[in-house]
Design a protein around this ligand. Structure first.
Ligand SMILES: [Zn+2]
Length: 69
């Protein structure tokens, strides 16, 4: 499905945000293509962020176990 430029801008307005993983300021541009990013500057940052979160969650779970013992 191909959207018109106006339709893209209406659905995915240009926004400015800070990448949650690396802190890069990102300004999305839907006028040239459908830019749906809202949290991460790139797919790699998204993967890295979730890898870190998963690692921390595992470590916290381990600490909880030790506190219970
Ligand atoms: Zn990033």
């Amino acid at each position: 499905m191909k959207l018109s430029k106006e339709e893209r801008l209406r659905r995915y307005p240009s926004i400015r945000f800070e990448c949650r993983n690396c802190g890069t300021i990102v300004i999305t541009d839907s006028s040239e293509y459908t830019d749906k990013r809202t949290t991460y500057c790139c797919a790699q940052c998204e993967r890295e962020y979730w890898r870190k979160v998963t690692r921390n969650a595992k470590r916290n779970a381990k600490q909880d176990e030790q506190q219970d013992a």
